[in-house]
Design a protein around this ligand. Sequence first.
Ligand SMILES: Cc1cc2nc3c(=O)[nH]c(=O)nc-3n(C[C@H](O)[C@H](O)[C@H](O)COP(=O)(O)OP(=O)(O)OC[C@H]3O[C@@H](n4cnc5c(N)ncnc54)[C@H](O)[C@@H]3O)c2cc1C
Length: 379
Amino acid sequence: MKEEHIDIAVLGGGCAGLQLIHQLAKHPLLQHKRVALLSDAVPQQRTWCFWSQHKHPLQGLVSKSWSKVSFRGNGFTKTECILPFQYHYINGESFFNYFEHDFIPQQSNLTQVTAAITSLKSNENGFDIQSAQFKWSAKSVFSSIGTSTHNQHRHALWQHFKGWFLKMDAPVFDDTIATLMDFSIPQNNDVRFIYILPFSAQEALVEATFFSAATYEDASYDRILDQYMAENYPGVNYHIERTEKGQISMNDARFSRFGTEGEVLIGTNAGMVKPTTGYAFHRISKDVKEIARSINDGTELKWNATKGRFRFYDRLLLGILSDTPHLGKVIFSRLFSKVPLQTVLRFLDEETSLWEELKIFIQLPYLPFIKQIFKQALR
Ligand SMILES: Cc1cc2nc3c(=O)[nH]c(=O)nc-3n(C[C@H](O)[C@H](O)[C@H](O)COP(=O)(O)OP(=O)(O)OC[C@H]3O[C@@H](n4cnc5c(N)ncnc54)[C@H](O)[C@@H]3O)c2cc1C
């Protein structure tokens, strides 16, 4: 088996791996390194949404942005302008097509190999990487491949969802407003809500999202979507153009910047999925940008996964949602009804001050949180 020598190996060609090679290419020093992108497959197509105050490095792939978002809870609907934030949508197909057809072919220092990595070992000069047919030696490795942490931790829920991309027979949507959570559906002892991204007055992604310990049969999501459409858009016919289905682990695993062989972890592997929301795209973008900058500058790698008090908050909420899922609707309703949405977004980005967090917490039902603090302390 012939061995190839490279400077930088990026393992996994999904959200994190591709965004990392995009960032590496921005630094003149790194354009002279031999980089290899090693991945077994393109991940299942998905929709990526995120909020941001600034232009994203892949802003050209954003096909729709909303500056107003809505929340529907117990007997109220709150719609608010979130500027200077905007809520952005990237279609997974555009993302992967851009890398495959535009970006990767233009990088003369980059090799892309389709391979399932079977072994990664460190040595005195760097790393040995192997697949069934290939062998590489690399000075540095950035890895988004690995095993799921879902079953290793005390608090683990699945965020699982199925969405319909709909074409309606009549103009029913306000396409200036994205609905992040509509809790008007029966909860059935889960946390359940509808998520709506309207692309035009007649087109939208309408998604049934659940947080629960187990995932469900396809028919459960379809039944809920069917009923929701009948109740909210009575008499309007629609056509389901395509569907999206997925599941994201929401768990309180302890992640790390480095893997067991000393490789740098990126993406889900590095704890970039916010445990209580499942959002990861923007955090991955910020992380790989910082990684590329520090390799170029030769500075120490930082790590911006959930840490400190935000990890504590996430563990409490995950604990409450696992033990008493019926409280999910109450807690989210209080949060969204009482706190300005820009503050909620900054809190979820872990950019609020302790004082702002105290002002958020006094709006929430405090007993479940106190009980959860004692429960976790006594374990
Ligand atoms: C359906 C869905 C929708 C989502 N929507 C959003 C959203 O709207 N907003 C948001 O912020 N987050 C969202 N997320 C969460 C998060 O952004 C994604 O999970 C993101 O893809 C994580 O990036 P990653 O690079 O860590 O993993 P992936 O994108 O899954 O990439 C990992 C790559 O590694 C490859 N690989 C795995 N094992 C090996 C191996 N042994 N050898 C070689 N290659 C290997 C895989 O084939 C894949 O290409 C969503 C997740 C899902 C599942």
